[in-house]
Design a protein around this ligand. Structure first.
Ligand SMILES: *[C@@H]1O[C@H](CO)[C@@H](O)[C@H](O)[C@H]1NC(C)=O
Ligand SMILES: *[C@@H]1O[C@H](CO)[C@@H](O)[C@H](O)[C@H]1NC(C)=O
Length: 600
């Protein structure tokens, strides 16, 4: 009686003192702040717990090691301010400005809506893994007050180690790589242990991520020991990007860093000791210096991504896909046991156009026949097959035929559209749809696909005016209810239809987290249309636009072309004529040596 009275009083205390919410977790008491937010005609209250440490600071001996759990709080923890972001260079950022940075950056943020949950058992939970090429970004940039409130789910955003500090893999036991993935997993384990204290249900956790965050999400879905940490995922414009995007290790890249840092780099011990003792500021300066110098080739050599480390990632996902055709693979079976929404934006390939020059010059961009034939097409092939692959002339001719607009084959404005298509297909569209085809190829799977296409009022990246569909990252701002700084100018707000789209997206995403089906339980903002499951026969998917619609066979032709037709032609040409005309002399030399082609 006394105990329950105390409990009640405590609960009242915890929830009545507006502005000072507090929760008692297995790790100790965490204090937060309450904020009031508005979206369309409604206002909401949301409790925010910002900057909760989930891992020990990865400093000193813990650099280049798997993260360790933070442990318990000896006194109540004030989670009331944005945490530092992990060390990174300055980049164009969509969300909140990053603020301070520190190598001690393994924090997460929890947003808890004050409304009653839609299910009796408690709130569904969504954990967002930010993108940014494994090199930039932070959880708190993606301010989730509106998403959590409108969707009525607990939302968690997380930091993970980035760049060299997050992914250095020397393949020799000193630095095994994928620390950023282990950080994300530790954050998911934290959610599993603690989220019930916030009113969440640990059996109803969904991971979502965009771009690099979606690739990480895919890797978590193929690591069977993650069973029980989440039951579904939403991968936004991630898939694998190109097959060559994962290396076995990044020893060569680490060597470049050591060289730029002025260290000895003849043997791996020297490289390891150099990078282990370098300050994070000096490591980041290596990146920012080459970027400031506009040296794209050097910048490419410094790119760090997840590796096939032998533990978290044992095999390249495309190898798993292939192996699964002949015998069951536990990774693929685990992947299919999880619910999935996978999506691709309308003009993903524009990302590579935007790397070709200053935004104001790209409006007038013209591509010549010579450029597409001798630069863009070979670049795409070397990205997919590796730079050493000899390209028979028949393959080159077929690619030229496929990526030409035959109404006006040499029109430089039509050719730029073809470059966009080519890059979109190779980096995003084909690997993206492949992922859903693999996922859906079994009975009893919950698989959904979307294509997000609208041309928004404000784009996520500086986009040439001639690109009329959504580019990489454009889905993020509406998904988070336009709750970002660049949308706070009341004289320049997105049009009404974008807010309606935003509400629908929040509803689909959070419905999926609540029920495993984007169509239910909440229908108030949705059209009468039902988002059908994706299957390898009907291939139905949702087009998210001014008005949503259902269509079929997204990138089916492109998939067949890149995954069936081209490999068949390659095989045939190699078989028939071992010394077929070689295309390699057209690829520039650095590209051949390093496999770091800029791909156009
Ligand atoms: C947390 O905030 C409270 C109230 O502002 C303050 O009294 C307390 O000292 C803070 N705790 C820590 C560890 O800073
Ligand atoms: C589905 O899987 C089977 C065997 O597991 C394989 O033979 C078939 O090609 C797959 N279908 C698709 C469309 O991927």
């Amino acid at each position: 009686m006394a105990a329950s009275f105390t409990c009640t009083v405590l609960l009242l205390l915890f929830h009545s003192a507006a502005g000072n919410p507090s929760v008692s977790t297995p790790l100790g008491v965490i204090n937060g702040v309450t904020e009031r937010v508005a979206f369309q005609e409604n206002t909401y209250e949301v409790d925010k717990y910002l900057g909760i440490p989930f891992a020990k600071a990865p400093l000193g001996e813990l650099r280049f090691k798997k993260p360790l759990p933070y442990g318990t709080f000896s006194e109540p923890y004030n989670a009331t301010e944005d945490p530092p972001a992990c060390p990174q260079y300055d980049s164009y950022n969509l969300g909140k400005p990053l603020g301070k940075r520190s190598e001690d950056c393994l924090f997460l943020n929890v947003y808890v809506p004050r409304q009653k949950p839609d299910e009796k058992s408690g709130h569904a939970v969504m954990v967002f893994i930010h993108g940014g090429g494994y090199a930039v970004g932070a959880g708190h940039m993606f301010e989730s007050e509106v998403f959590a409130s409108v969707g009525n789910v607990i939302t968690v955003t997380i930091n993970y180690r980035l760049g060299l500090l997050g992914f250095m893999d020397l393949d020799d036991g000193t630095s095994a790589g994928n620390f950023g993935l282990w950080d994300q997993r530790l954050a998911l384990q934290w959610v599993n242990v603690n989220i019930e204290s916030f009113g969440g249900v640990k059996d109803r956790v969904t991971v979502f991520g965009s771009s690099g965050g979606a690739v990480c999400t895919l890797l978590h879905m193929m690591y069977p020991p993650n069973k029980g940490l989440f039951r579904g995922a939403i991968t936004q414009s991630g898939a694998l990007v190109v097959p060559t995007a994962f290396q076995k290790n990044n020893k060569e890249t680490a060597k470049h860093y050591a060289r730029y840092l002025g260290c000895r780099y003849e043997n791996q011990d020297d490289i390891f000791h150099c990078l282990k003792s370098a300050t994070p500021e000096n490591i980041i300066k290596v990146n920012s210096d080459v970027i400031a110098a506009g040296d794209m080739e050097a910048a490419m050599k410094l790119i760090i991504s997840p590796t096939i480390d032998g533990e978290y990632v044992k095999k390249h996902p495309t190898d798993l896909y292939k192996l699964a055709e002949s015998e069951p693979q536990s990774e693929i079976e685990f992947f299919r046991s999880l619910k999935l929404i996978n999506g691709i934006n309308g003009a993903e390939g524009a990302l590579f156009i935007m790397m070709m020059g200053r935004p104001e010059d790209l409006d007038q961009l013209e591509i010549t026949r010579e450029q597409i034939n001798n630069h863009h097409i070979p670049g795409a092939i070397s990205q997919i097959y590796g730079a050493d692959k000899k390209v028979p002339d028949s393959v080159k001719q077929l690619l030229i035929a496929e990526y030409t607009d035959w109404d006006s084959p040499d029109d430089p404005k039509r050719l730029r559209e073809q470059v966009l298509r080519l890059n979109g297909d190779t980096y995003f569209n084909v690997p993206g749809i492949e992922m859903s085809r693999i996922h859906a190829n079994a009975s009893n799977v919950d698989s959904y696909v979307y294509n997000f296409i609208p041309q928004l009022h404000k784009r996520s990246l500086p986009t040439p005016a001639w690109v009329k569909k959504a580019v990489h990252g454009d889905e993020i701002a509406p998904l988070f209810g336009y709750n970002f700084a660049i949308y706070k100018d009341k004289t320049d707000l997105p049009p009404q239809w974008e807010y309606d789209l935003s509400r629908r997206m929040i509803t689909y995403w959070t419905n999926f987290a609540k029920s495993g089906d984007p169509n239910k339980p909440v229908r108030s903002a949705l059209p009468s249309l039902i988002w059908p499951k994706y299957s390898i026969t009907s291939q139905q998917y949702m087009i998210l636009d001014k008005e949503d619609s259902v269509s079929q066979f997204l990138y089916a032709r492109e998939f067949a072309f890149w995954r069936n037709t081209l490999p068949a032609l390659f095989r045939e040409a190699e078989h028939a004529q071992p010394s077929t005309s070689e295309y390699g002399n057209q690829v520039d030399e650095s590209c051949e040596k390093d496999g770091n082609c800029d791909g156009g």
